[in-house]
Design a protein around this ligand. Structure first.
Ligand code: COA
Length: 155
């Protein structure tokens, strides 16, 4: 069974992330979404909320699991017998950060490789913080995030 990890902050998950996740399922038998827990990084939503929003959004998929984790991503991958990490690339500006991240992961454990999927053009401008900012200012973001996120943004 080919298993991949899709790591991120997902604060909150967006339709851009969901598109990458669903496309990853055409390559791997199972994808585990890793919600990174970083006590030093302030997040809009709690770890539990970020996990719950993703679980609700992917509830119809048997081959997607969602977990929160506070350690190294490659360590988590190894523990779950995953061979690859998935990351989405939106624009050239993402490249530098992603290159550094994948190089660090490769340094830690060269047996885990990273697969990059290009974002669809219609999702290329979406980011978690822009969703939050737009929503706070009253902009309708229902075309950009799943219902599980809309529900919590309204609160
Ligand atoms: N569609 C929409 N938005 C996307 C996207 C896509 N396809 N891909 C990335 N983004 C956006 C997110 O919305 C988010 O926006 P924001 O900056 O406004 O919040 C931003 O890009 C990045 O978020 P995300 O995709 O959730 O990932 P991240 O960069 O926060 O995740 C980790 C980084 C968690 C993967 C990485 O830090 C990690 O692995 N941490 C664990 C510790 C570790 O192993 N470190 C590596 C070795 S030092």
């Amino acid at each position: 069974m080919r298993i991949a990890i899709y790591p991120g902050s997902f604060d909150p998950i967006t339709n851009g992330h969901l598109d990458i996740l669903k496309r990853a399922l055409t390559i791997f038998d199972k994808v585990i979404v890793l919600v990174a827990v970083n006590p030093n990084k302030k997040s809009h939503f709690s770890d539990e909320e970020r996990v719950a929003m993703i679980k609700e959004a992917v509830s119809e998929y048997q081959n997607i699991e969602v977990e929160a984790y506070s350690g190294l991503t490659v360590e988590f991958a190894k523990k779950h017998n995953a061979t690859h990490l998935i990351r989405g690339l939106r624009a050239v500006t993402d490249f530098e950060y992603e290159f550094q991240l994948s190089s660090a992961n490769e340094f830690i454990d060269p047996s885990i490789d990273t697969v990059f999927l290009m974002s669809k053009v219609e999702n290329s401008f979406i980011s978690s913080s822009s969703i939050f900012a737009m929503s706070e200012s009253g902009v309708d973001v229902s075309k950009l995030v799943p219902e599980s996120v809309i529900k919590r943004l309204k609160k």
